[in-house]
Unconditional design. Structure first.
Length: 263
């Protein structure tokens, strides 16, 4: 019996040792990403919970949450040093400098604000996202107050911004519907990439294989239908359009066009 008790005690010690070693190893895995290389800058979280955002703005999308006492590597800051760009277990993001303490002066960090995504924060109860940078383009998404979208391009007059919706679609929003946060001036003008479209204003319109009234008919389209305009013939009297039927030509006077026309 004594021998069996000794074996039981030995087994419990062995299990305890394995548990301690496992916890120690887990701690190393968690702590590893927070170590600054070559004497770099680290930040220690002071708040009980601190949001890490994709961009250095209060409305930025949240990547994850850090807790009091967590340490992260700091790689940059915004122009006024109110936000810090940090490396975290869930990716590179931004935290408010107000809620951390750093081992070095943050004023010596590089300014990396322009590398942050430009975002649009919806200000209206309902904001329509359209397929092109004019109110005449169809609505592809309805955004609501507080929604955040990445801005990826500009209209040449800076009245519309090209955005990626939460549903992953690319569309356009009017500047009065959103607050733009970030260096949007660095974005490219992209409205030239948007195709104009034709809205049919007759009940039955023949689409032909060539810009000629005698060309074979591809299909017949109806009142209110909408099609992309690909080209204008040299006479200016025919549009080349695209639809489920493929590509064809119809007379300019039988449709109303919207957007920047080719040529």
């Amino acid at each position: 019996m004594a021998q069996m008790r000794m074996k039981g005690v030995g087994m419990r010690k062995f299990v305890l040792l394995i548990t301690i070693l496992g916890l120690f190893a887990l701690n190393l895995v968690i702590a590893a990403p927070t170590q600054a290389q070559d004497g770099g800058t680290t930040a220690t979280i002071l708040a009980q919970y601190l949001r890490v955002r994709r961009a250095p703005y209060a409305g930025g999308v949240i990547l994850g949450i850090l807790r009091r006492g967590d340490k992260v590597v700091v790689v940059g800051r915004d122009y006024i040093s109110s936000w810090l760009q940090v490396e975290t277990p869930f990716g590179v993001g931004w935290v408010s400098a107000r809620y951390v303490t750093t081992n070095k002066s943050i004023l010596k960090l590089p300014v990396t604000e322009e590398s942050a995504p430009v975002i649009a924060v919806v200000l209206e109860a309902t904001a329509y996202i359209r397929s092109g940078p004019f109110i005449s383009y169809p609505i592809i998404y309805t955004a609501t107050d507080g929604e955040v979208m990445d801005v990826i391009g500009l209209q040449r007059r800076n009245e519309w911004f090209q955005v990626i919706t939460p549903a992953g679609e690319i569309g356009w929003t009017y500047y009065k519907n959103v607050r733009i946060r970030g260096a949007y001036q660095t974005l490219e003008v992209t409205d030239d990439e948007v195709l104009p479209f034709a809205r049919i204003n007759n009940y039955r319109v023949r689409v032909r294989t060539a810009p000629n009234a005698d060309a074979p008919i591809v299909t017949v389209v109806g009142l209110g239908e909408v099609y992309d305009i690909l080209a204008i013939d040299p006479t200016g009297k025919w549009y080349q359009i695209r639809g489920e039927f493929g590509v064809g030509w119809l007379r300019v006077d039988l449709v109303k066009s919207y957007g920047y026309l080719p040529g």
